[in-house]
Ligand binder design. Structure first.
Ligand SMILES: C[S@@+](CC[C@H](N)C(=O)[O-])C[C@H]1O[C@@H](n2cnc3c(N)ncnc32)[C@H](O)[C@@H]1O
Length: 244
């Protein structure tokens, strides 16, 4: 269950200072990247498979959630996107998808990709009601984003990488779906032992360093890291696809 307490304010500066004062994390807290096709976090998506989507939308679109309240700034940080093909992986209620749809313009396109069919159905209807013609929803599997090969310029994974139960195969599918030189932007929670809430420590299986290593091993190079002051709970990483 996601609890409202997940949005409790933890200033990044406080978190980083506290982290510097901590002893090195024991090996168990810094696991090797997964290599096998078994769930890295069984049950992490139990709630997100629900057909009762109203509580899911309510959680995601809570003004107290920084990803939602800062969505315009996050979209601006990801851009410029005019004419691009963007994929919002784990699109949820689709508020970022709809922002991207405006930024890519009529010459571009946005794939909204999620394992939850109800959320994608709701988003497709909302986009149609608003006359947004450049969004395509995709209900994907848990091991693949199910997008065409070499079709996407930029993948956006917000508050979702830690929900990938099969990150090795999912990242393989993301690599294949990106065009040469394509980019990947990941937004995820700071997870710092001794600083982050118990909920974060339990819910998010690893921190920035481990996720960066996993994504690099999936065939990406880190381009830059952002620690925006308006996102005290989340970091933003940008990667570029490496051809293999
Ligand atoms: C915490 S929500 C974040 C939603 C949205 N990105 C946001 O920030 O508002 C995580 C989303 O990831 C989806 N999800 C979980 N595993 C996934 C996977 N393997 N591929 C695509 N989506 C997935 C869930 O159904 C859920 O909608």
């Amino acid at each position: 269950m996601i609890r409202k307490s997940r949005w409790v304010f933890v200033p990044m500066q406080v978190a980083l200072l506290a982290a510097l004062a901590l002893p090195a994390a024991p090996a168990a807290q810094n696991p090797a990247p997964p290599t096998e096709e078994q769930s890295v976090k069984p049950g992490i998506n139990e709630r997100w498979k629900s057909e009762n989507i109203a509580p899911l939308v309510e959680t995601l679109e809570d003004e107290g959630r920084e990803i939602f309240s800062q969505r315009e700034r996050i979209a601006a940080l990801v851009g410029p996107l005019k004419g691009s093909v963007v994929a919002d992986i784990g699109a949820g209620s689709g508020f970022m998808t709809e922002l991207f749809a405006g930024l890519v313009g009529a010459a571009g396109k946005v794939y909204a990709v999620d394992i939850n069919a109800g959320l994608m159905e709701r988003l497709a209807k909302d986009a149609a009601d608003k006359g947004i013609a450049n969004i395509e929803t995709v209900v994907c599997g848990e091991r693949s984003v199910d997008l065409p090969a070499n079709s996407v310029d930029l993948m956006f994974i917000c508050d979702t990488y830690h929900h990938f139960e099969y990150p090795v195969s999912t990242m393989r599918s993301i690599h294949e779906a990106l065009r040469p030189g394509g980019q990947l932007v990941v937004v995820d929670f700071y997870r710092i032992e001794g600083v982050s809430s118990d909920w974060i420590l339990e819910h998010v299986r690893a921190g920035e360093e481990v996720f960066t290593r996993e994504i690099e091993e999936a065939g990406f190079e880190l381009v830059n890291q952002h620690y925006p002051p308006y996102l005290p709970q989340n970091y933003v990483l940008r990667f570029r696809k490496i051809e293999r």
